[in-house]
Ligand binder design. Sequence first.
Ligand SMILES: *Cc1c(COP(=O)(O)O)cnc(C)c1O
Length: 373
Amino acid sequence: MNDLETILAHAGCTGLSPAGDLVDPIQLSTTFQRGIDGSYPAEYSYTRSGNPTRSSLEDILARLEGGHSAGAFASGMAAAAAVFATLPAHSHVVIPDDVYHGVRHLLAEFGTRWGLSYSSADMTSEESILAALTADTKLVWVETPSNPQLQITDLETVGRICRQRGVTWAVDGTWTTPLIQRPLEFGANYVVHSLTKYLSGHSDVLGGAVVSAGADDAERIRSYQTSAGAVLDPFSCWLTMRGLRTLAVRLERQCESAAAIASHLSSHPRVVDVLHPSLVTHVGHQTAKLQMRLYGAMISILVDGGAARALEIVSTTRVFQRATSLGGTESLIEHRRSIEGPASVTPDNLIRMSIGLESSRDLIADLDAALST
Ligand SMILES: *Cc1c(COP(=O)(O)O)cnc(C)c1O
């Protein structure tokens, strides 16, 4: 059993290529030769149901999370949709009230057509979670830190509730990666990732994954993946593995800069609140300290004013790029509410930042200049 850093450093380098390539080649073939008896000698038949480059990525993701196996999908949302679509008919789902807006939209617009119902809960409160559960609840969806308000959910509490009630739970691990938080160790049934973010890490791959703890769940997800067909293509799998090889150093540096920036902004006169779990003043700090190895590289701030003031600030940064998404080498800044659509519950004066690999001094100077406008 290797440390995660060692698994990551060797991602996509199995040494199994017949030519002896150090880095595995990308296997683009959509179909595979059958034996004269009709069998499939290498177990692969058709790339929608399985592909060697994809298997290689899926194996690494399962090992990183300590799961039974993983399925790689065409996007983080395709991965999330696989978890919802494989629930029993007429299931009820509990989601956080602060949740990635795409998940809320998927359930509101389409979950209801499949016969899924859902309610949202304040995941920082045990009473609120318990109150949201119904006799039909089959899944609790967790995001911690949440997007974009960085609320911390106690994984141990959710694990206990779900075990007692016999309810499956899934954690969206996009913001943390297995280097920071490993939800399966708390008893979660699934970890879902947007590979688009830290795992691929360079803002040039769209992908997702579901890692299942148990064999039965894994088999259902695998069957759905083949059947619905939103699989990750081999080139994106290969690029994701290239990204994984540097994840540990990227993420550690990004988290270190994020903590420095959060600390700097917390005494800034034009910032009303800084939402980052590294700060001892953050309401979730103690829980975060227990369940996270680092505090993450996403920061939200509440500025002194409304939407207009927030939009003015994000329009003046020069090092921070104005764009949505996160987890790349370049720092991004955005006014969050205006991208989330009409169902958004995000405060109007919230600015979300993804901290990249630039010098933290340059990032701080950029924010100071923008905030002083
Ligand atoms: C980006 C994101 C997703 C969706 O992933 P895509 O790859 O864009 O489909 C889901 N959850 C979180 C927390 C995200 O940041």
